[in-house]
Design a protein around this ligand. Sequence first.
Ligand code: ADP
Length: 448
Amino acid sequence: MLSRLLFALFVLLVTITCGYWLHGATGVWMAAVGVLAGFLFNDYEKGHRLARWLRLDDPKAEASLTGFWGELVDRIRRGYKTRDQLAVRNHLRLQEFLSAIQASPNGVLLLDPEGRIEWCNQTAAAHLGLHEQRDLGQHIVNLVRDPAFTRYVAQGDFSSEVIIEGRSHSLSQSLKLQAQLHPYGEDKKLLLTRDITARAQADQMRRDFVANVSHEIRTPLTVLGGFVETLQSLPLSAEERQKYLDLMAVQATRMQGLVSDLLTLSQLEGSPPPPVTESVDLKPLMAQVKSDALSLSAMQGDDVHPVHSLTFDLPDQLQLLGSRAEIHSAVSNLVNNAVRYTPVGGTIGVAWAMDDEGQALFSVKDNGVGIAAEHLPRLSERFYRVDRSRSRESGGTGLGLAITKHIAQRHGGSFHVQSTLGEGSCFSLAFPSQRVKWAAPGAPKPAL
Ligand code: ADP
């Protein structure tokens, strides 16, 4: 800039001197005006070229300007570069931010002041059955047709959330969503959605469980109450009193059984899986199960002779790593069920075997009443019974198979059932090889 000024002064001085020498004072004025006009024209032309270059909006384009104007172009070029770098950085940051919101397990949806969708993540689209691109610009209340949501939006109080039905891909399962609007910016809104289906199902299961337990306890209590009233109000003979007391004992035992099964279930649920340090010798355990099964079978007849043909096929050296009490409970539940649900004269086969993967398989096969196919998937649910009265008559609580399945799973195993109505059933448990141990190495392993 300074050199340009000095150059201009120099040119002005030389021209004025020449003007004075040629035309005196008039020459001086003419020279000064001429020089200034020359400089002005030069700057106008370069300024014009700069404006043309700026209009191209392409920093890489050639400006053909030197000196002061060239420096100006360089500075503007650097400004362009900084602006572009900043734009790229901001774009990357925005993309990262959007990816983070996309990864959110919650639905996020942005609404403009009129309630039209500006942007939504995949989760929100899946929750509300929206198309991420196609539905942009649509009014949210036109797409989310749940009346509870429409009311929520209309009332304008967004301090709490609303529970709405989502749009699940599978028609068999309904989706429960918790949705809440959060105002932000200039009258815009952020809609957050959360899938609470599992929580709602757990709440429902808890309510069902409490209702079932209350029902199961109320029934024997009502019967007991009736007997107490009879004993209190009627003049009964000693024999009759004894009969009522025996009936009351049956109801009390039933309640004890129920409470004991409930306690077992809650213990199973509240404790960590049994460690693999305790080894359970199956031979004495199965001997106990066999003796109990024979007594249970005899109770259906003359109390002395079992009324079923029971066979027990037991490996000699097989041990399981886990809880003795739990394995005993699981195994005896299945054997006792076979006795209870097989009519007099039926056959029951109990066996332990190994499969190719080293799993220990326990099975109880009977030719009893059997179970229709539609009941099989729900059999291990708490309080699920195929035949309520038969279960009660034989002292069932409806919790045995739930406990058994739970125990198998706690040991890393699985529970299976095959059955045909009127032909019989086969209940089995599979324990993984990690839970299997042989007392004597090299002992013959029973195969399937
Ligand atoms: P419960 O105490 O009623 O026997 P469980 O949970 O042990 O309860 O069994 C659930 C239901 O499964 C029973 O009510 C019965 O209808 C059916 N069930 C279990 N074992 C057998 C079997 N061996 N044969 C036929 N039905 C069975």
